[in-house]
Write a protein of this length. Structure first.
Length: 143
């Protein structure tokens, strides 16, 4: 996967999707420095990628009718995580949601919460612990 700075990426876990902006890619360490921007919760877990994307698209068109919870992560800390865990966001729905969040924050089910991000990170890390351990061991050997 080829990632460049300013590219929008995402991580998915359970019923959540975390969008982040790539700040820097550290190819030699297989790491990505990313800035979280938006956390979406309430996505279907077992219905596949298409159903998730449909819900996000519907929220981008009519955010007031959506059951998704949106969290603006503007002031939350950055992540430096294994690049292999990220997926490239190829949809315009993210940008529509972000623009609507910034223009009409009171019209959406918007919540500012670093607590939700911490919960997502903790849960994601536990599920993918082996990726973090393998990368740490590989980086220690190459140092």
């Amino acid at each position: 996967m080829s990632v460049v700075p300013s590219q929008i990426l995402y991580l998915e876990h359970g019923s959540s999707r975390l969008y982040a902006e790539a700040i820097q890619v550290i190819d030699t360490r297989h790491l990505c420095w990313a800035r979280p921007t938006l956390l979406i919760q309430g996505l279907p877990e077992d219905e596949g990628q298409g159903a998730r994307q449909e819900m996000i698209s519907a929220a981008a068109i009519a955010p007031n009718l959506s059951s998704l919870q949106l969290y603006d992560l503007e002031d939350c800390p950055d992540l430096i995580w294994p690049l292999t865990l990220f997926q490239i966001a190829c949809d315009v729905d993210f940008f529509s949601l972000l623009i609507q969040l910034k223009i009409n924050p009171n019209d959406m089910a918007l919540r500012r919460s670093s607590g939700q991000l911490n919960e997502f990170i903790r849960s994601f890390w536990h599920k993918h612990m082996s990726v973090f351990q393998t990368l740490t061991q590989a980086n220690e050997l190459s140092s």
